[in-house]
Write a protein that binds this ligand. Sequence first.
Ligand SMILES: Cc1cc2nc3c(=O)[nH]c(=O)nc-3n(C[C@H](O)[C@H](O)[C@H](O)COP(=O)(O)O)c2cc1C
Length: 248
Amino acid sequence: MAKTVWKPGTMLYPLPPVMVTCGTMEKPNVLTIAWTGIINSDPAMTYISVRPSRYSYELIKSSKEFVINLTTAAMLKAADFCGVKSGKDIDKIKESGLTVLPCQKVKAPMIEQSPLSLECRVTEIKPLGSHDMFLAEIVAVHVEEELLDSQGRFELEKSGLIAFCHGAYYALGGKLGSFGFSVEKKKTRKQRIAQIKHERRSLKKAEKTAKKTGHESDSKKKPFLSKKSALKTTRRKKTYPKSKKAPQ
Ligand SMILES: Cc1cc2nc3c(=O)[nH]c(=O)nc-3n(C[C@H](O)[C@H](O)[C@H](O)COP(=O)(O)O)c2cc1C
């Protein structure tokens, strides 16, 4: 394949367009951040890179706290809005129709509508050029109870998470495999069919919920893998070393 060389740029996609809350319950602010990620497992650590010109920058710098809230399709308009308007001019929480809840370990609030919020405490600020990187420890995690199944498994895949890719927002497509599937022992045909049926039932349930709340996802347009292609995936040859450990 022929390639064209471009000048250096920030082209690493997809990214999570998270909504970062800062300030206090009484005077909260929120901004959208794409420059974020996990940088350590133990202790659980993350970062956000923020331009010093943002209103939120001083709030985070002085309090040394912020909350990362994952963003769903239902929150997309609010996420975009909070990424183009500044808290120095308006109350973005109020204007976007979001609501906030108090956190446990930090004074910054979390967004009620988010399925997953990470309370963060800043450990280091690294000026990098255009942005300052706030390295932070994740000190508490809040998950939406409605997404816990009867066994307590967190069904985050049903929340409608979105991705930011090359200047646009996308719904996530269907599941392609689980961690370690490439080295998994062959499942019996019966097990595979049962798994596919379970996934289809879960999808239908998620669509029903989305319909009820008026936030239909793109899953209708992009259905899950067909039974045929899913079976093909699980029939892959075992070519990689066996490792079931999650990436650290
Ligand atoms: C999808 C998206 C991603 C963004 N990512 C970042 C980011 O990583 N860092 C940053 O400083 N600004 C980012 N912004 C811009 C800020 O969210 C925006 O300037 C916002 O208005 C700042 O709000 P504030 O002035 O209330 O702090 C992003 C905006 C959007 C829409």
